[in-house]
Design a protein. Structure first.
Length: 66
């Protein structure tokens, strides 16, 4: 049976990942597929990614500017 999978990566993750499919088939109980995606960069997504990274950096640094 054909199956379509849509994967959209986020700012902090790689554009690919492994999809693990578990089944009740005794010969193929587990299948792993490599999936790739594309994050379409618009001004809004670029600002969102930049702001998210800035916030993570501030939290990691204890909120200090120096």
């Amino acid at each position: 049976m054909p199956l379509t999978i849509a994967f959209t990566p986020t700012c902090e993750f790689n554009p690919c990942c492994e999809l693990v499919i578990c089944t009740d088939d005794p010969e193929h109980e587990r299948t792993t597929l490599l999936v790739t995606g594309h994050l379409r960069r618009t001004l809004a997504t670029a600002i969102k990614c930049w702001a998210g990274q800035e916030i993570r950096d501030m939290i990691a640094g204890g909120g200090k500017d120096c």
